[in-house]
Design a protein around this ligand. Structure first.
Ligand code: T68
Length: 834
């Protein structure tokens, strides 16, 4: 018992002077002023909004530290199973508002700040987003952290501390420009742990020796060493004392500042170069979503992070002095996509090479420890690493991968004798030139559970990509855990007005921790006053967005128009091109109308936002087209307010918090069978927006929950996609006639030089229309027509909006995390008491 080992007088002194938490406005203000005057060395006379932000953040940080320490101590003493979420991306967004709401002191902070002359919204807006992610995958990890803490699970996140997060997007003359996102200056939310370091090895060679028992042992020698330094970020749960830890690794040269030997030998430049080389590993987030490019630095990042995290986890386990076979009872590790798959190999290496376990015993521990989540079926996103590259960088790991593969193929051969095709299909090694390591297969083989992120997606995995593995392992290894979002950030924080109205009707904020309670809202669907308030809140949120649009783009948009929003990474499979072609079609249609006809048109604002990977030319072309169409439409006097097109620059988490509550309609229109789940669809519906979408990803389950009458579905089904593509390939393709008119307009240089967009139109007309834009176009514009009609009936629209929100309880990440905990991790919550 660690507690008892400390003498009572010492404990008494600590207790007496132990830091305490502010509990009201006055105490908060005192802390705020103290931080501004001492920590920041500012005064009443030079305290700007930024200083007010820093002071507030520091005051809340103190609170979090106290609860964080308690949580970590309690979790260590209790020593029950922990879960480790390994993700190369954590798209956290801002932390202050979240911290205030989760500890329940936002009102005190608002009043305290107001006493000192600040508006809380302006103070919150000073914070730089923590943007260590690309899109859905990274944001999902952030929502998971929030739910794991809220549900009191002993859980850690492990990631990389990138010096540069996702780039900032600027639109210049209609083109995307990328600006580096240096975000680390004055970040109060991270704690450097300079004492927690791990040496990570690269390159070198493997030597075989015989030990005293005649057994062959392997040592990995020479090579280069880079040091991993831990930076910790506290993760507060909502309405609980549990404050978990997110540990991010930063790289630096192993001998500290410089290699002193080189330095003293007069080789100053090369000493500096080595240091910079080491620091490069955690320098920048790769800005591709759903695309893998096989760059060596990316593999270095992956190993650096996996090895540091595994060392840390194993070190913590070894302190408990348990037997190795208890490891899976103490540790669950979840792999967020294949990016951390090397962790499987690294654990096997530690157990065999360093701890001296036998292969089978070690492998049994490994497979019981890991779970793997797949997020995509897109072939270009599946990770493969070239064997020569891996041989050079991680020679021992490549050997182990070959051994893992050998033992695996031997068991397959026993089950399916003489099926050579099967063996080559499921081999971890693809026999190409060069040979490639298929990371998804390695992840499946090294895990006890594999899950997809929505029902359709998980089914597709089982019937296509991972079909052979279902035969080999049986169906039980494969499961589905449909994604969700945290209602704290995406309802309560993003939409305080709606959250307050719901709380008023339901008699409290309990729905924020049990989202199924939203179903009680259905009782009020026909309540006139309630509908009126609901509509009023939507208008307020649209006004907030309109104000934001005005201040960032200069355009005025009318909040009475239908706000039609598509915000997400720009990708051909997500089909922003379908949307902008639809907008052009609408523009041409309105231009052809008589004054009488125009009176019946429902005014629209088409809002786009999203980043294209810097090397993804087609995605950049789509952005360019959207911006050019906006230029033409927005200044066309024939059109006036009937149609506006807005591109919101630099879409990110904090902007999403303003955008999601303001939609009437949002678009989730990927080619059927291509979107793993989608999560913004959930955010929009939770905030009372309706959606237009394809039968893809979680749209299908959203439909099942909220009812077919409350969603606008269109387009071909996943089961028909292959057949259509096949037909296109053999020349059976006709451009949809409406789409042909759109293309004719583009080619007439209506939106600037048509040559700028020829790749985009050609991919459809000439190169097989892989994403079925033409096949779905008619259905898409017809369905938009139905949206217009529905929007004219305000009362019915409101009923759909309210009913949908009431039925969204399923999509909380609390439900998701409980499913992972029960069916994959086998971990129990641990409540933190005072
Ligand atoms: C997304 N994936 C899925 N990937 O596309 C989306 N990829 O359907 C799903 O809802 C979401 O994951 C959460 O499950 C991504 O966001 C990436 O960002 C990514 C990053 C690097 C490499 C590959």
């Amino acid at each position: 018992n660690v507690e008892a080992s400390i003498p009572e007088p010492l404990r008494e002194a600590w207790r007496k002077y132990s830091a305490s938490e502010f509990t009201n406005k006055e105490e908060f203000e005192k802390e705020l002023v103290r931080h501004i005057e001492t920590t920041l060395a500012r005064s009443l006379y030079n305290c700007d909004e930024n200083a007010a932000y820093s002071g507030t953040a520091l005051a809340f940080r103190d609170r979090l530290i106290i609860e964080w320490n308690k949580t970590q101590q309690r979790q260590t003493f209790t020593d029950q199973k922990r879960v480790y979420y390994l993700s190369l991306e954590f798209l956290m967004g801002r932390a202050l508002d979240n911290a205030m709401l989760n500890v329940g002191m936002k009102d005190a902070a608002r009043d305290g700040l107001s006493d000192l002359g600040f508006r809380i919204e302006d103070v919150i807006a000073q914070e730089h987003d923590a943007a260590l992610g690309n899109g859905g995958l990274g944001r999902l990890a952030a929502c998971f952290l929030d739910s794991m803490a809220t549900l009191n699970y002993p859980a850690w996140g492990y990631g990389l501390r990138y010096r540069y997060g996702i780039f900032k997007q600027e639109i210049v003359n209609g083109y995307q420009m990328e600006v580096p996102d240096y975000w680390l200056d004055n970040n109060p939310w991270e704690f450097p742990r300079h004492e927690i370091t791990v040496d990570i090895q690269f390159y070198g060679r493997v030597k075989n020796h015989q030990n005293e028992n005649g057994k062959v042992v392997h040592t990995w020698e020479d090579g280069e060493i880079v040091q991993a330094v831990a930076y910790d970020v506290p993760i507060p749960g909502y309405g609980t004392k549990t404050t978990n830890n997110l540990r991010l690794w930063s790289s630096k040269a192993s001998s500290g500042e410089f290699d002193f030997q080189k330095f003293n030998a007069g080789d100053y430049e090369s000493a500096v170069a080595d240091q910079q080389n080491a620091e490069t590993i955690s320098a920048v987030l790769y800005p591709n979503d759903n695309l893998e490019r096989g760059k060596e630095l990316r593999l270095k990042q992956q190993y650096f992070w996996c090895a540091a995290s595994l060392f840390d986890i194993v070190r913590r386990f070894k302190k408990t002095r348990r037997a190795w076979n208890e490891f899976p009872d103490q540790v669950a590790i979840q792999l967020n996509d294949t990016h951390p798959t090397l962790a499987i190999v690294e654990l096997q290496r530690i157990l065999i090479d360093e701890e001296g376990l036998e292969w089978d015993e070690a492998w049994n521990i490994v497979t019981k420890t890991f779970g793997y989540t797949n997020h995509t079926v897109l072939p270009e996103a599946l990770e493969k690493w070239s064997v020569p590259l891996m041989q050079n960088l991680l020679p021992r790991h490549l050997q182990l991968i070959y051994d893992i593969n050998l033992f695996f193929l031997q068991t397959v051969e026993k089950r399916f004798p003489k099926d050579r095709e099967m063996l080559s299909r499921v081999s971890i090694i693809e026999e190409s030139h060069p040979k490639m390591v298929r990371m998804a297969y390695l992840a499946i083989i090294g895990s006890h559970k594999v899950n997809g992120v929505a029902e359709l997606h998980s089914d597709l995995l089982k019937t296509t990509l991972f079909k052979d593995f279902v035969e080999i392992y049986g169906p039980d290894r494969f499961t589905n855990v449909t994604n969700g979002v945290t209602p704290r950030r995406w309802l309560h924080q993003a939409n305080p007005l709606l959250s307050a109205l719901i709380a008023e009707k339901l008699g409290g904020h309990e729905f924020l921790t049990d989202l199924t309670l939203l179903d009680k809202l259905e009782a009020f669907v026909d309540d006139k006053d309630f509908r009126h308030e609901w509509a009023h809140i939507k208008t307020m949120n649209k006004l907030r967005l309109a104000k934001f649009i005005k201040s960032t783009t200069g355009h005025e948009v009318d909040p009475n128009s239908l706000f039609d929003i598509q915000v997400k990474r720009i990708h051909e499979y997500k089909r922003q091109q379908l949307n902008i072609f639809g907008v052009i079609h609408r523009y041409l249609t309105i231009k052809d109308m008589s004054a009488e006809e125009k009176k019946k048109v429902v005014p629209r604002v088409s809002i786009f936002g999203g980043k294209a990977a810097p090397g993804y030319w087609m995605a950049k072309t789509i952005i360019h087209l959207i911006n050019k169409v906006a230029d033409v439409v927005n200044k066309d006097a024939d059109i006036g307010n009937l149609l506006k097109v807005i591109f919101i620059e630099d879409y990110n988490v904090s902007k999403a918090e303003i955008i999601c509550p303001a939609s009437d309609l949002s678009e989730h229109i990927s080619t059927a069978g291509t979107e793993g789940s989608g999560t913004s669809n959930m955010k929009f519906v939770m905030n009372g927006g309706l959606i237009i979408g394809t039968c893809d990803g979680a749209n299908i389950e959203i439909t099942r929950e909220i009812g077919e009458n409350n969603i606008f579905l269109f387009g071909n089904l996943a089961e028909d996609v292959e057949e259509l593509r096949h037909r296109h390939f053999y020349g059976d393709f006709q451009l949809d006639p409406q789409l042909a008119k759109v293309f004719a307009a583009i080619k007439s240089n209506m939106f600037g030089d048509a040559a700028d967009f020829s790749a985009l139109t050609a991919s459809i007309e000439e190169h097989g229309d892989y994403y079925l834009v033409s096949d779905d176009f008619n259905s898409y514009i017809t369905t938009h027509g139905m949206v217009d009609e529905a929007f004219k009936n305000k009362e019915e629209w409101l009923a759909k909006s309210i009913t949908s929100v009431a039925r969204m309880g399923f999509f909380s990440t609390d439900r998701v995390i409980n499913e992972y905990a029960d069916s994959i991790w086998n971990v129990e919550p641990l409540e933190i008491k005072d």
